[in-house]
Design a protein around this ligand. Sequence first.
Ligand SMILES: [Ca+2]
Length: 568
Amino acid sequence: MKRAAFAALLFIAPLIAFASAPTQAVIVMTKPSTHFAAKSLSAMFDPNISADERDLRELPGIHGFAANLTNDEIAALKASGTTISIEPDLERHAFADSVTPGQQTTAYGVNAVNAPAVWPVTRGKSLANGPAIHVAIIDTGIDYNYSELSGVFKGGFNFVARSGDPLDDNGHGTHVAGIIAAANDGAGVVGVASDVDIYSLKVLDTCGSGKTTDIMQAVQWVIDKKKEIGGNWIINLSLGAQDRTDAEEAQFASAASAGILVIAASGNDYPNSTGLAYPAGYSTVVSVGAVDSTNKVAGFSQRGPDLKLVAPGSSVLSTFVTPLVSTNDGRKIAALRADYAGVPDPTDPNAPLPSLPFSACPPNTTGISSTFVSCGFGGTAADFPASVKGKIALVSRGAGVTFIDKAANAAKAGAIGIVVFNNVDGPLNAALSTSAKTAAAIPATAPFLGITQADGQALLATPNAIITMSNGFEEFDLLSGTSMASPHAVGAAALVWASSPNSTATNVATALEQTAKDLGDPGNDATYGFGLVNAYDAAKMLNPAAFGSGVTPVVGPVHGRMAGRRGH
Ligand SMILES: [Ca+2]
């Protein structure tokens, strides 16, 4: 939950259903003798629930129907004497991808955009020594140390820290990068276009938020870099918000004028938001919505008449990186950051913590290294020995002390960081819950990472260990969002452009649109745009000679087992 709740600018799908009406998906079987037709009972249903939300489908084979019904409606149906059964519409998961040691997984999305059919011709290196394909990922950065990405990483810039180091301290940008270009190295996953050059432009902070001006500067960086080194440039934007500005629109128009292909996620706020998010909504940007492994639109995927394409964005397997606590004796301990959150609902303490109504991100947890001092539960000044000044406080969860109080107490005691270990099994997925009304009103907190109880107790047993709080625990993760759809389209565009390197950005975008697999209503529609990206058909359209023989489109099956969105 933590990551989703704070993904204000990241298009990872929230796990919470957004429908406010309390309906549940049910399957209703009716008595054959009643010759039931679903619509005939519609008078029993609440007219305030839209047809979309109702999602009523007749099931003539069982004399029944499926629909989203309220408890009152279910009670009314039962009382009507016309039904045999009313049962929940059980969730059936697609068999999602997973990683097997010693093998390389081609995730469903890579197959769905028909990338493997292009690979015999190119994986992103331009044919006939044409202009090189460069992909700029404007995001939270990239973990360029990750073996799946280190080979394609060519540089970039960090607009958050104003430095030349765009290392990912969130994980989102690394996931996006893996979808585009994870290495074809026989292990882990493989990207849609594993031979393209990747540039990382970090504009989103560790919490996944950033400023429009930084995004605009990143776009300008790409324009300038193209002037400097040439080549065919594609920008991926798995970010955005619901508001537009003239200035940002003009910046993207200047990128288009410079011949750069800009592709952006359509946004995850359907149905709360109508139309596309921005920058996807600008006319010079190719917008991409999300479908699942059955090519059905993802429920969160923003849509509108200007949507151009869809690509896989549900339960997408790719590279991910999380915080890390390492020790000078060689331990690498997976850790979790804590974001700020609102206070719990007093009537429902188990409900997810609400997001803050303003933007605030706790102190960065990377690059902090020292010996540690055990500080009990971190609840009082007495818990913090004077020796913790300038060092990392190691603190147990519990004793009724909130995480933010522990972190604030550590800061007051002069600690440079706080590592909190769980008091039950499992990872510590903490939030720093505050009632502050502005970012400035939040008390100072020491940089905070959470670890498991076992890892905390092991640290306590080695009191002289030097520990380092950083980011770089490498793993593979399933994420959902239009954030994951856009990079599938970008990878496909890279394959198409590499196959036909003298084409223009407009040629590539047009080929992707004209060859997309039509989904939903026939022709271009507001839910699927032109349809599902098809790298092979688009590449063949621009350079049929390159695909003259022996290569046929393949759309592979989906293998593996549902692994859940996050392991914590
Ligand atoms: Ca790989």
